[in-house]
Write a protein that binds this ligand. Structure first.
Ligand code: ADP
Length: 730
């Protein structure tokens, strides 16, 4: 320890040990010199004043870590001393000198300054990095926090923070995990390390933040935790960013198009799931070990390099179709690719290439399929056209609104003008003037209602003569029921018409010729019956009566035939009178009941009143319905007759409980000579003319007939005529 004694008020260095002399930085020659002379550099510093005061007052002066600048080795240096200047007294108590002891604490002070500097630096760094520090005293459970840390947990001011308050600020979902981490850190069996990310809920502001805490627990020699300290960092931004990045990556990873990134050397950096699947890279395979060249044939790779060279330097990217190769199967995969240069965000330099690729195999296959389908369709169309030209009928089509847009080859052969001259509406001009109105009316009706079109009419042929045609057309509809197109045929029925005409005239002649002898037979038979009766020859009279009945039946048949020929030739005349409809019904029913012993005819009259029509013909229709009802219900015992007034006029119906009619025959029973075939039906005699004649009568009176029957259950035949029936006979 440096030590010196200064004697007298002059402060002569009477003693100074080597340490003091070394401290002064002087030689031993200073001994015996006045202190002022030995250390002139101290002039102006407080030392001399201090010593003077100690000498005069005798009070000891003590200084701690006083700064003293001394020239040591010719260089002015700063030292810190802890001094003590103590007055030395003689026996009389007079101060005779001062004992100076000094301890050089420069090292200590400097170390402390350094520490303070380091601490300041650290706190700057922590502040700059936005890092908070915390320090938990495990025994007292008091937490020392810096301001940043308090902020992170939403504490304000600098109140003491208890450990439990901290726990209260941890997001409930993360609390368990945090407690487990703290326990692990404070467990002396572990390293004491603590590193965790969790969410805090600001104590005051309830703001959610992601916090990353790192720390360490320290233990004493007994293994008791004495300190637990560390840092806390707000990582909310980073977590949010990471989450965004994860989402983006997941989007890319699961995108169904191939996506990849390749560096400038052609090394794969990333490839999404679709990409890996397309080129045959396993889901767990490390893509960074692959090169682009693995996925192209050498030729394709060259072409690609030629196509894209320079593009990336100019940041243009490239789009186009290339062929990728499956790594395992070598299957070529045509792709539409989009190459995008990837640049370094800082330098702006291209560092790689991103690619999206769409597998074109399916599209190309679909295109090929469509091409094939089109070819097939064209073939089919040609075949259809051929077929249409091959049939003997005229085939035509019309638009939904009835404009003729196609006529087959047959038209050209059978018409006085070509299809080209005829389309779209020239066909009307070829129609016989008498058929004009009806054809146009029926066609307009069909187009309006989309109902099947059927009409007979005469058209001028290639020789300028009229021939009969039967036109039929159906409307093709889409799913919504809208008409798309009309498909029609015209059949030449001139010959048929002629045959019918011949048949009619033949029937007319034959039945007329048959009638004359029949009338004579009838007359003779009646006379003979009378003669037998007069001769009381009952047996022969009965035979004659039977003959008479059969002659009547024959007459009825011939009358029917005659009626048909008259109807065909349009020679039926109607005699219109006013009569009570129900009265007529009663009259007819009474008459028929006489001959129908087995059936009871029940009457359900609607009292419809007077009608104006041909009474006899209406009666004929009723008779026909009734005799049929009885004839075709051999095992039944009743028939019901209804009348009623309806909107269209009056209605007459006959219901029987007989053999009925199969649905598919129903509409046809009103046709000429139509009889329902079948073992049951064949046993009933008849020509199949009754219903035809009835229906024709009703139609000509402006009414309509209908049938509603169920096979095996019976039939319901009805007709409706207007109350004032017009005579439609020309
Ligand atoms: P016909 O009775 O002379 O055969 P129609 O013209 O009167 O001729 O009848 C035509 C066909 O209709 C009959 O052959 C028969 O098959 C059927 N038919 C008519 N009325 C009935 C009925 N009430 N029940 C069952 N079938 C009937």
């Amino acid at each position: 320890m440096p030590m010196a004694f200064y004697g007298g008020h002059e402060l002569v260095i009477e003693y100074a040990n080597d340490a003091m002399i070394a401290l002064w930085g002087k030689g031993p020659g200073v001994r015996g010199m006045r202190l002022r002379d030995a250390l002139p550099e101290l002039e102006g510093q407080p030392l001399f004043g201090l010593l003077d005061r100690v000498f005069t007052t005798g009070t000891t002066y003590q200084a701690k870590e006083d700064r003293v600048d001394l020239v040591v080795g010719g260089v002015l240096q700063t030292f810190y001393f802890s001094f003590s200047y103590k007055a030395l007294r003689d026996e009389q108590g007079q101060v005779v000198g001062i004992i100076d002891t000094a301890a050089d604490v420069s090292e200590l002070v400097r170390a402390r300054e350094q520490l303070a500097g380091a601490q300041e630096q650290l706190s700057f760094a922590l502040n700059a990095a936005d890092i908070g520090t915390w320090d938990l005293h495990p025994a007292s459970r008091i937490v020392h926090w810096d301001a940043r840390c308090r902020e992170l947990f939403g504490f304000q001011g600098d109140d003491e923070v208890l450990y439990d308050d901290v726990l209260d600020c941890i997001h409930p979902e993360d609390l368990e995990q945090v407690l487990a981490a703290i326990d692990a850190a404070l467990d002396p069996a572990n390293t004491g390390d603590y590193d965790i990310q969790y969410r805090t809920m600001g104590r005051k502001d309830r703001v959610k933040r992601w916090v990353h805490c790192k720390g360490k627990a320290y233990f004493d020699s007994d293994g008791v935790a004495v300190r637990f300290a560390g840092i806390a960092l707000d990582v909310s931004e980073a977590v949010a960013r990471r989450r965004r990045e994860e989402q983006l990556l997941s989007l890319v990873e699961h995108n169904h198009e191939h996506m990849s990134i390749v560096d400038l050397d052609g090394h794969v950096v990333y490839m999404n799931a679709a990409g890996r699947k397309m080129v045959g890279v396993g889901p767990d395979e490390d893509v960074t070990l692959l090169k682009t060249s693995d996925f192209y044939t050498p030729g394709e790779l060259k072409r690609l390099q030629r196509l894209t060279s320079g593009r990336f330097l100019g940041l243009a990217g490239w789009q186009g179709i290339i062929e990728v190769r499956h790594r395992q199967t070598n299957e070529p995969i045509p792709c539409h690719v989009n190459y995008i240069p990837i640049t370094d965000p800082v330098t702006g330099k291209v560092i790689g290439r991103g690619a999206t690729a769409r597998d074109l195999r399916k599209e190309l296959q679909a295109q090929r399929d469509i091409g094939e389908k089109n070819l097939e369709l064209e073939k089919l169309l040609a075949e259809l056209r051929f077929l249409s030209d091959a049939v003997p009928a005229v085939v035509w089509t019309s638009t939904a609104d009835g404009i003729n847009d196609y006529l087959n080859e047959r038209w050209n052969e059978r018409s006085h003008r070509t299809a080209e001259e005829t389309l779209p509406d020239g066909w009307i001009a070829s129609i016989h003037p008498d058929d004009h109105a009806s054809v146009q009316r029926d066609w307009a009706y069909a187009v309006r209602t989309a109902e099947p079109f059927q009409v007979e009419f005469r058209l001028m042929d290639q020789y300028g003569e009229y021939r009969w045609w039967l036109a039929r057309a159906l409307a093709l509809k889409d799913e919504s029921g809208r008409v798309v197109k009309w498909y029609g045929t015209n059949m030449d029925i001139t010959e048929q018409k002629q045959v019918i005409k011949q048949k009619d005239s033949f029937l007319g002649v034959v039945s007329h010729e048959l009638k004359t002898p029949l009338t004579s037979i009838k007359a003779y038979a009646q006379v003979m019956e009378k003669l037998f009766l007069q001769a009381a020859d009952e047996k022969n009279a009965n035979l004659m009566a039977k003959l008479n009945q059969q002659v009547d039946r024959l007459t009825r048949l011939i009358n029917d035939l005659l009626e048909v020929t008259k109807l065909s030739a349009g020679r039926v005349e109607f005699t219109v009178t006013t009569f009570g409809f129900d009265d007529l019904v009663r009259e007819i029913v009474d008459l028929i009941q006489l001959t129908a012993a087995k059936h009871r005819i029940e009457l359900r009259l609607g009292y419809v009143g007077q009608v104006v029509a041909d009474r006899e013909r209406v009666g004929q229709v009723m008779t026909n319905f009734l005799t049929n009802a009885i004839k075709y219900s051999p095992s039944a015992d009743r028939v019901i007759v209804y009348t009623e007034a309806v909107e269209a006029g009056v209605r007459f119906c006959v219901k029987d409980f007989g053999i009925g009619i199969n649905k598919r025959h129903q509409e046809r029973v009103f046709e000429q000579f139509y009889r329902v075939g079948g073992t049951k039906e064949c046993t009933f005699p008849g020509l199949g003319l009754g219903l035809y004649i009835s229906a024709e009568f009703v139609k000509r009176m402006g009414g309509r007939v209908s049938v509603n029957a169920e096979e095996g259950q019976g039939s319901l035949f009805c007709f409706t005529i207007p109350v004032k029936s017009a005579d439609r006979n020309p």
